[in-house]
Design a protein. Structure first.
Length: 235
């Protein structure tokens, strides 16, 4: 049986350094600058959590702080993260994601993965899938998991809106979450702090670190947008 593919995200706002890593792509962010590493990260279980490392660049341990949330074929844990980056200690929050069912790109035009992490007890995770042929991301299938006071809350409906630049990269975003029995939505909003774009396995990927506000709390997290690369023109 094939083990689920792992990916990690790490955010240290105090030092303004962040990392996103998965099979085939490792991104480092320092302030507003981004760097794509040639060497893939080694990601795997470590003790009661997980570890990610790139030789000579970083070694980070991830300790789960929440129960896993399952969203659209992905299992995600919010984690406390600590280690070293370029020889300096780092400490912050992050996520570890296990891909239980790979996205079916025969049926999709775009896939979004977002995290909003305020502290150990307050976080928001979102996966949005755009089926092939729909007119815009207002018709996407959006799944969300909200942690409040450390508890995983049921979300009946989630709405995502995004503002882009001229290159189709995400610049700011807003989220509305409708919970059972509540008359008004809970909200989060954010703007890009750093980003990078790359092509990966036939996809155009815009990966960004966002600075968020989650119900009045300062937060950090990722906003990753993967879209099907345009088919090459016939010669």
């Amino acid at each position: 049986m094939t083990e689920p593919a792992l990916s990690v995200a790490f955010f240290d706002p105090a030092r303004r350094v962040h990392a996103l890593a998965r099979a085939g792509a490792t991104l480092l962010f320092e302030g507003s600058r981004s760097l794509v590493l040639d060497e893939p990260a080694r990601i795997g279980p470590s003790g009661g959590g997980y570890a990610a490392a790139v030789e000579g660049r970083f070694e980070i341990e991830f300790e789960p702080m929440t129960e896993p949330a399952e969203l659209a074929g992905t299992r995600v844990c919010v984690c406390r993260a600590s280690g070293t980056l370029d020889g300096s200690p780092v400490e912050g929050l992050g996520t570890v994601s296990e891909t239980l069912r790979p996205p079916s790109w025969e049926d999709l035009d775009a896939l979004r993965a977002l995290s909003v992490i305020a502290d150990a007890g307050h976080a928001l995770l979102v996966v949005a899938r755009r089926p092939r042929g729909v007119s815009g991301h207002g018709e996407e299938l959006v799944s969300a998991a909200l942690f409040s006071e450390g508890r995983l809350m049921s979300v009946e409906e989630a709405r995502l809106s995004t503002v882009y630049d001229g290159e189709g990269r995400q610049r700011s975003a807003g989220l509305e979450l409708w919970l059972p029995g509540e008359d008004f939505p809970r909200r989060a909003s954010g703007a890009v702090a750093a980003g990078a774009s790359l092509e990966l396995e036939g996809l155009q990927v815009h990966a960004a670190v966002f600075r968020w506000r989650l119900q009045g709390r300062e937060a950090y997290g990722q906003y990753e947008l993967a879209v099907r690369a345009p088919a090459p023109e016939a010669a």
